[in-house]
Design a protein around this ligand. Structure first.
Ligand SMILES: Cc1ncc(COP(=O)(O)O)c(C=O)c1O
Length: 424
């Protein structure tokens, strides 16, 4: 009998103690041992160019020396306090400088929590109950967010479909679902329900689908007309598309936004940021007990995470960082398109240079249903071939990072050539 590899042994152990043999996030058969710069190594010693980058936080690449130094300076002085700390104030100030909608910031440990509180804040601020989200939009794992995230049953809008067991019917009844990028539908939905809706939550770039020109501006206008709190989920786009996030990139300022990933520099830290009059609902003295939103969390504003985020953001402010990132992304997009075009394979490169993927379809992708109708088997085969050729990515995204080198691009191109041959 052949000996098991270290990863196979780990997978056996994991299956015993972790449900479904993993963390729930990613293909449980692969175990990452180490990451440095643009590369990761698995427990069997295979090396990959990393386009997963921890699902987004490691925009500088793994183990950036200046971030390591900042964290190493903080750790001997304490890892977490629960109490106020200066690093959290520094981070909140920098977020307020950078992000157009941010007048105040409340920290949490994960992006999903931030989204949950942002929706709750919209209810507290308006005294209304309903939340509108778009089909296919991802906002973490709260009961509200688990509505029509990845429905396999396509029902009529605005009906919500829970993606998970264990969600009370009452939550479903409080959610309205609309198709992304469909302004006419949204207009008619709000004409009927606008006065009952507390908040509209949207990923400005939904998963990888860009907003059509003018869509977010029109959403802003509709929220103003009906007194709805507009929430941009910038957990992914914040400090990635531009220093000021998607709101800077698309020129639309929401009332609230949620942030995560990059602002924690690879540690657990996320935030709700927004207009002071809305954020005041976190302050009992400002709004009174009845309109106060109670919120606390053991790791909120953790100083090790805050210094990692601050250093990451400082490096991103330096000359040309966003220009280089954009150029990396555009180069990768062109690389995928060139080889797939040459092989005559129907596809679209969908997204933004800082976040995109290949969708195997012959039509333009504007909404969740367009992605759902694409050739997912071909996509799985393409991704498997990329992995076999040293490319580490999520099944639905390519995240470029600043640490990419010429060798990474060469290795990526070789992998794309082989993956294209594999599906041709
Ligand atoms: C747009 C968006 N919102 C929220 C989240 C949830 O963040 P977290 O995984 O930190 O809870 C994610 C995670 O990928 C996300 O992509």
């Amino acid at each position: 009998m052949l000996d098991k590899t270290p990863m196979q042994t780990l997978a056996d152990r994991a299956r015993a103690v972790l449900p479904a043999g993993g963390l729930g996030n990613f293909d449980p058969s692969i175990f990452i041992r180490e990451g440095r710069g643009s590369r990761v190594w698995d427990e069997d010693g295979r090396e990959y160019v990393d386009y997963l980058i921890g699902s987004g936080p490691m925009l500088l690449g793994h183990g950036h020396p200046e971030v390591l130094e900042a964290v190493a300076e903080q750790l001997p002085r304490g890892m977490t306090f629960f109490a106020n700390n200066a690093a959290a104030v520094d981070l909140a100030e920098e977020i307020c400088r950078a992000v157009a909608c941010a007048e105040q910031v409340r920290f949490l440990a994960s992006g999903g929590e931030a989204d949950m509180y942002a929706m709750r804040l919209a209810r507290a601020a308006t005294g209304r109950d309903k939340i509108l989200k778009f089909e296919g939009g991802y906002h973490g794992m709260s009961a509200e967010a688990q509505m029509s995230l990845a429905p396999t049953r396509l029902v009529n809008f605005p009906q919500a479909v829970p993606d998970s067991a264990g969600i009370p019917e009452a939550v479903r009844a409080g959610m309205l679902i609309a198709p992304f990028n469909d302004l006419d539908y949204l207009d008619s939905l709000l004409a009927e329900h606008g006065a009952d809706i507390a908040g509209l939550i949207v990923e400005p770039l939904q998963r990888i689908i860009p907003p059509l020109p003018g869509f977010l501006q029109a959403v802003r206008g509709l929220c103003d007309r009906y007194g709805i709190v507009l929430i941009f989920d910038e957990v992914v786009t914040g400090f990635r598309f531009a220093y000021g996030g998607a709101q800077e990139e698309y020129g639309v300022t929401p009332d609230l936004c949620t942030l995560g990933k990059i602002i924690g520099g690879g540690f657990p830290l996320a935030a709700v940021a927004g207009r002071k009059d809305i954020m005041d609902h976190f302050d009992k003295a400002a709004v009174g007990a009845d309109r106060w939103l109670m919120m606390l969390g053991t790791l909120s504003g953790n100083p090790a995470a805050a210094v990692a985020g601050l250093k990451t953001m400082e490096i991103l402010r330096r000359d040309g960082a966003y220009g280089r990132l954009r150029a990396h992304g555009e180069r990768l997009q062109a690389m995928f398109a060139r080889h797939l075009d040459a092989a005559g394979i129907d596809h679209r490169i969908v997204g933004h240079p800082m976040l995109f993927d290949v969708v195997f379809t012959d039509r333009n992708v504007r909404s969740y249903r367009d992605v759902a109708a694409a050739d997912t088997q071909r996509s799985a085969a393409f991704n498997a071939a990329l992995r076999a050729n040293g490319i580490f990515k999520s099944p639905g995204k390519v995240y470029p990072c600043l640490a990419l080198t010429e060798e990474d691009f060469a290795m990526t191109e070789a992998a794309i050539v082989r993956a294209t041959e594999a599906i041709a």
